[in-house]
Design a binder for this molecule. Structure first.
Ligand code: AMP
Length: 139
């Protein structure tokens, strides 16, 4: 079964499409967290960032790179929060990779991504060394 975003790509359901190329598409989020809230997706269906092939990831970033200034200028935003909810436990509801570009305005009260967490995790230096080694060995 195709995702709701694939249905947008196929033109089966309406969307306010603001950019499209061979492999990616951008459209307004149906529930605007701020005016201009835009989603950028690969046209092909990949559930998580981890599933996106390298060439499509390159295309996806190129479209994000193009759309961030376009969105900021269009709504005269002071900044943007650019984020992926990558996986269900991170709040991803639509299982089709999508980047949120959310315009930000001085005093909008949204806070930084850090505001999602109570504060820094309590980790000892040796734990951080181990974690860094584990990540490095997989990079
Ligand atoms: P996430 O929680 O990261 O999976 O975000 C999914 C986003 O998709 C939400 O912000 C929804 O508002 C948005 N969304 C769901 N259906 C549509 C749709 N048909 N057109 C545009 N945006 C949608």
């Amino acid at each position: 079964m195709s995702t709701i975003f694939s249905q947008i790509v196929e033109g089966e359901i309406p969307a306010r499409i603001v950019y499209e190329d061979e492999t990616t598409i951008a459209f307004l989020d149906a529930n605007q967290l701020a005016p201009g809230h835009t989603l950028v997706i690969p046209k092909d269906e990949y559930e998580r960032l981890n599933d996106v092939p390298e060439d499509i990831a390159t295309d996806l970033y190129a479209t994000i790179h193009r759309m961030v200034p376009a969105v900021e200028e269009a709504v005269d935003a002071d900044a943007t929060t650019v984020a992926f909810n990558n996986g269900e436990d991170a709040g991803q509801e639509v299982p089709h990779v999508h980047c949120h570009i959310v315009p930000r305005f001085e005093g909008d009260g949204g806070g930084p991504i850090h505001a999602m967490f109570g504060g820094p995790a309590d980790l000892e230096d040796d734990e951080l060394d181990d974690i860094a080694d584990e990540i490095e060995s997989r990079s």
